[in-house]
Design a protein around this ligand. Sequence first.
Ligand code: NAP
Length: 336
Amino acid sequence: MDSSLVAVLWYLVPLYLIVCLVCTVFADADMTLLWASVAGKRPEKKLRGLVVWVTGASSGIGEELAYQLAQCGARLILSSRRENELQRVKSHCLQCSNLHNEDILVLPLDLLERQSHEAKTEAAIQYFGHIDVLINNSGRSQRSLFLETSLEVYHALMELNFLGTVSLTKQVLPHMTKQGSGSIVTVSSVMGLVGAPLGTGYAASKHALQGFFNSLRAELTDYPNILISTVCPGPVQSKIVDNAFTEDLNKRVHTVGGQEHKMSTRRCVRLMLVGVVNGVQEMWIAQQPFLLFYYVWQYAPTLGWFLTNKLGRKRVQNFKAGLDADSAYFNKPKAS
Ligand SMILES: NC(=O)c1ccc[n+]([C@@H]2O[C@H](COP(=O)([O-])OP(=O)(O)OC[C@H]3O[C@@H](n4cnc5c(N)ncnc54)[C@H](OP(=O)(O)O)[C@@H]3O)[C@@H](O)[C@H]2O)c1
């Protein structure tokens, strides 16, 4: 090999490794997504005019998705159960973008009512003619210990987070295979990759989504223009804890806790949209030290389990004491 090439490689390879290490330690997204956010296509250019269906658009990540998509010029179908909240989100979309009233369809939908999904999909297609992107975002979390939690809660988590999502995908995907293009983007969670106490059923439902969509992607290799993408956020500011399941179906979360340690919804959604327009198939989005922790789980699982047990013990203790369980990560338990 040419000696000057060897010299260049001698400097470039360590430099590349150092950049990767620094990015891993300080980044708030995985390398592929981070690279796309620096050098990839811009959502503003790629989403204009596309028809995007967002579920769970009445709150949190889904609500912010609606605003950023509207600002990118995407036409929207907004779904969730609470129609009044969807109308509020629509009004704000119209205020913060150049969209017109007819560019946004409010389509109330309960993911649990699977028999309605065919008609809802038909209504969306009839209105816009087609669907370019489905963002499966609706979902609920869990805050309860397995030993105290009724089986109905596990059933409800799987029905909503897993089967509800699969059911809607089953209605929308055939339209995309027919048109030869489209994106199915599913908001999973980092709990779809790792485990943590107080969310056994939630983690199970998100792991199920990961397995389902990873397998579905492999079935669609004859459709290179269909993107199957899963998004795995860490803690993000939203109403997720307020709305979480507890040990009994109708019991609300006792201690909601603060949101200071969580990523801003705006940043999370921006990264998601960058990932979608750049065809990223799995996105890890989290602030540090959470992101680093996911890398440990992936590449050094024994250390990952050790750390999970250490922090998990404290989390369970806080939870049992009626304190903010998440403060286990920050050493300052808070009562709400
Ligand atoms: N925030 C986080 O830290 C975080 C982290 C990782 C993953 N995620 C995932 O992100 C997604 C969005 O959650 P979020 O954080 O934005 O929480 P959120 O503020 O509680 O929003 C949840 C959304 O889901 C909708 N929803 C609940 N039950 C539904 C049903 N039966 N049918 C249709 N829609 C339903 C809610 O609307 P209605 O009440 O109007 O139906 C709401 O719009 C979830 O899949 C969650 O698992 C969140």
